[in-house]
Design a protein around this ligand. Sequence first.
Ligand code: PLP
Length: 458
Amino acid sequence: MKPFHTIIEPFRIKSVEPLRFTHRGEREAALSAAGWNVFRLHADDVLIDLLTDSGTGAMSSAQWGALMQGDESYAGSRSFYRFRDVVQELTGFKHIIPTHQGRAAERILFHSILKPGQVVPNNNHFDTTRANIEVEEAEARDLVIPEGRVPAALHPFKGNMDLEALARTLAADGDRIPLVMVTVTNNSGGGQPVSMENLRGVRALCDRYKKPFFLDACRFAENAYFVKLRAPGWEKKTPKEIAKEMFALADGCTMSAKKDGLANIGGFLALNDDAWAESCRNLLILTEGFLTYGGLAGYDLEAIARGLEEVVEEPYLKYRIRSTEYLGEKLSEADVPIIRPAGGHAVYIDARALLPHIPPLQYPGIALVNALYVEGGVRGVEIGTVMFGLHPDGTETASAMDLVRLAIPRRVYTQSHIDYVAEVVLAVARKKSELKGYRITGAPKVLRHFTATFEPLR
Ligand SMILES: Cc1ncc(COP(=O)(O)O)c(C=O)c1O
C-alpha cells in the first residue's frame, strides 16, 4: 500500500489551553502601551506565540506522569540517576552536570576554562554563548560556511563550519584556543543543520591540533533528523543512532533542555575531561546547586529524562521538521523572502528584503514584527539591528541581516494554526509599502532588544 500523503501530528490532545481572541484596536492599544516592543506585551494579548521555541513546548502525558515520580532529595536523588543514565546513554559522556538552563551550562564551562584573550571558534555562537565568552574577555569567533551568511543561498547543511577557515584559525591562533564548538542546529544562522561529514572534519582538525571539541547540542535531535533526510547513506539509521554518532565525535556538550529536551526548564553540561569536570562542579555548587540537582527540581529531571527519549522518536521529528518546512513553503510560494531552506525550529523572514524602503537604522525587523502582531495577534521576534546593532562604545550600525524569526513551539500548534500564521504574514506582505520604520525612545546599553521602547515614524 502506498503511504498516505498527509503528515499528521503524531499525538492526540488530552488537555487544552484556550486562546484569547482580540481585535485590531485592542492589539494596537496593547502594543502602544508596551512601547511597541512585543517582549513587553502581556502574553494573554498574543494569539499565536512564535517568540521562541525555548521552554514553550507541550509535555507529553508520560512526562506529566513522570513529574509525580520526582524525588526531591537534596543529595543523591533517584531522579538525578534516572536523568544521568538517559543523558549518558545518549551522549556517551562521562560527567553529567545538570543546570537550570543552557546558558548556565555555558557560564559554568566558560568561567571554569577560559582565560582573557582566548578564542572560541564556532559555526555561529548563539547570543548567550557569545555573551558568556565575552564576559571572560575572550573572543567568540563565527566560522560558518559562506552560504550560511546568505539568506537566499540553498545548501542542505547551511550550518556547516568552514573547515578551511577553522584550519587557518587553529594554525594561526592555536595556542589561544582552549576548545572548538559547533552549534547543532545553527540557531543564529537560521536553524540550519550541520552534516556528519562536517562534524567529522571538525573532529579531525581538533585531533590534529589536540583541541577538545564541544557541541552546543540544544537541537541535536532536529540536526540528526536533517542528516537522515539529506545525507546519502544515513537514511536507514534511526535519529537516535545518528545523534549518538554525533555525540561520539565530541568531547562534551552544553545543552538547553528547553529545546530538544522537550521540557519547560533545564539543561546540562556533559564532558569527558576529569579536571574540567571537577572545576565545573565546584562552580555548580557555588551558583546552581548541589551536583545531583543543579538548580532543578527532581521532577524537572524526570521530565527531561522522558523528553530526551521522546524527542528522537521518528514520527515526532517527521512532524516537527515538516511543519516548519510547510510554513516556509507557504511563505516562499507567495514570494515572501525567507532564509532557505527553512530551519528546524523556525522560519526566518528577511525583513530587509521585504521592506527595502525602511533603512536598517529604522528597524525593518521591528516594523514587520509589530505589523504581524497588529494584523493577526502573531508574535515573532526581530533578529537584526536592534538585537545586534549597538556596540560597546555606544555607536550603532546595521547588523549583517534584518530577520524576523517565527519559532515554532514543540507539539503546541496544529496545522490550522500554521495556516493562520501564513495568512497573517501574507496579509502583511500585501501592504508592505504602507509599513513605516521606528525610532528607539529608550533602551539599556546591553541586550537592548528585550526592554527597549519604540515610536513609529510618521
Ligand atoms: C543554540 C543555543 N544555545 C544556547 C541557548 C541558551 O539556552 P537557554 O535559553 O536555556 O539558556 C539557546 C537558547 O535559545 C540556543 O538556541
